[in-house]
Design a protein around this ligand. Structure first.
Ligand SMILES: *[C@@H]1O[C@H](CO)[C@@H](O)[C@H](O)[C@H]1NC(C)=O
Length: 470
């Protein structure tokens, strides 16, 4: 298995039946119990020279890192940090019991009935583990081991390998827009609101289930090589083979992939081209996946920068864009709006009475692709995304989800070495939002002197073409 980020590992664990499981193996049984750390470096100050307080300060993070719990099913000691990953391998049904329904157990049992001889070890173990008990509690793997005189590890590995061999279901009747396909890669246009992967491998409802239907049940399962938020639309790239996945993921890790998003925002960044440099910090436990720009001097953030280009904007004056009464009237006429009234009325009308004094259409090129990076950086630049319930401005009369679309992905083809630009046209809801905001296109000449991303001028033209009127 290629070296990949641990979050991506989770996706592969749950959804890649053909990937070797070696990389997914949980840590060895009986992980070392906590023992005081002995420091082999004699140049360091000895503990005796440190105050008890500073020793305690140093020890706390180490203790937290190594804190281990017992897996509820196999009973192995696993560090807290690795528990989710361990359970995804060992007992996915216990990882998120609310996400596993009776129907999922039935699916497992039906697969086992079709696949294994009735008295095989696999069939007996799976029946014992997944037949609903009267009390509702699944018997732990320790309990099963005791009952069948097997080691808990043997029980765990057998159950895990059966679970991971169940083919994930295809969804043949759901639409799939293919943007590019060859023997190694598949790029699709993800609609907003459809998740990339299902909550677990027995479920449908995700883009991956549509992709499985597209490539056919006999083909290896394509692996998504990057992520897109649930409510973001646009280019999603999948690798069809392990070799292609490894090469493309290496390009992502080495930041040799260029991603450009289109975003519709409330407000306008201060310049036609802006680079936002703001590290991204976690925002507390309670809010889950929410992030924020780090405060000045705050430690622990992830460095991030995003280039922003203004493609279209409406500034101040309620969106009239300024100008003489004659010019305003002309603009009203062009848009089929009423022409009568005072200057203020014209401006009000041109503003679309949306309550948005300023709005813009941006191209955003994140250098890193951190969680929520574009959403946070647009807000940092004074142009929060419309429809973004975490960092932006809700404006349901304009758009019903955060107005963010992965427009292009520029990669080097992993085998022929050619530049490959994958492009997903703007979706209907963003086109409508752009139209209703009456944005004025930004002159290309005013921004191209500081353009740095290859090919961004033609994106500017392409996206600019979607601005109604002009
Ligand atoms: C997706 O959009 C819907 C509608 O705006 C919102 O309620 C939901 O919280 C969003 N989900 C995520 C994960 O962003």
């Amino acid at each position: 298995m290629p070296m990949i980020a641990s979050s991506m590992m989770m996706v592969l664990l749950l959804h890649l039946p053909h990937a070797p499981l070696s990389g997914a193996r949980p840590p060895p049984a009986g992980a070392a119990p906590l023992s005081p750390r002995t420091d082999p470096d004699p140049s360091r100050p000895r503990a005796a020279q440190l105050s008890p307080e500073s020793v305690a300060r140093r020890a706390r993070p180490i203790l937290a890192q190594h804190a281990a719990e017992r897996c509820p099913s196999c009973g192995e000691r696993v560090s807290q940090k690795k528990m989710r990953r361990h359970q995804a391998f060992c007992c996915p049904d216990l990882l998120d019991p609310a996400g596993w329904h009776a129907a999922d157990r039935a699916t497992v049992l039906e697969y086992v009935r079709r696949t294994y001889a009735r008295h095989s070890l696999e069939a007996r173990l799976m029946r014992l583990r997944f037949t609903p008990a009267a009390g509702g509690e699944a018997p732990s793997q320790r309990a099963l081991g005791a009952r069948l005189a097997l080691s808990p590890r043997k029980v765990r590995d057998t159950i895990a390998s059966v679970l991971h061999s169940i083919p994930p279901p295809a969804e043949p009747h759901a639409p799939l827009e293919v943007l590019y396909e060859d023997a190694h890669l598949l790029a699709v246009n993800k609609p907003a609101g459809v998740p990339v992967t299902p909550p677990h491998r027995l479920r449908t409802g995700s883009l991956l289930n549509r992709v499985i239907a597209h490539v056919g049940p006999a083909a290896p399962l394509p692996a998504p090589v990057h992520r897109l938020d649930l409510n973001t639309s646009g280019v999603l790239l999948l690798a069809k083979t392990g070799a292609a996945a490894a090469r493309v993921m290496a390009q992502f890790e080495e930041r040799r992939v260029q991603k450009t998003y289109a975003a519709v925002c409330a407000g306008v960044p201060p310049a036609a081209h802006t680079v936002v440099r703001a590290a991204i910090c976690a925002d507390g436990e309670a809010t889950g996946c929410r992030r924020r720009a780090c405060a000045a001097g705050e430690a622990g953030g992830l460095a991030a920068s995003t280039g922003l280009w203004v493609v279209g904007a409406r500034r101040g004056e309620g969106g009239g864009g300024g100008g003489s009464v004659a010019q305003l009237k002309q603009r009203c006429r062009e848009r089929g709006l009423k022409v009568g009234g005072r200057k203020a009325d014209l401006i009000e009308r041109l503003g679309g009475a949306l309550g948005l004094a300023e709005a813009s259409l941006l191209l955003a090129a994140p250098e890193q692709g951190r969680t929520h990076q574009v959403r946070i950086h647009c807000a940092e630049a004074g142009a929060p995304l419309l429809g973004d319930d975490l960092y932006g401005r809700l404006q349901p009369d304009v758009i019903q989800r955060h107005a963010l679309h992965a427009l292009t992905l520029l990669i080097t083809h992993p085998f022929d070495g050619k530049e490959l630009e994958l492009l997903a046209p703007l979706p209907e809801d963003m086109r409508r939002a752009i139209e209703s905001l009456h944005l004025k296109p930004t002159e290309l000449s005013s921004t191209n002197h500081c353009g740095s991303g290859p090919g961004w001028e033609h994106l500017h033209r392409l996206v600019g073409a979607s601005i109604a009127g002009g």
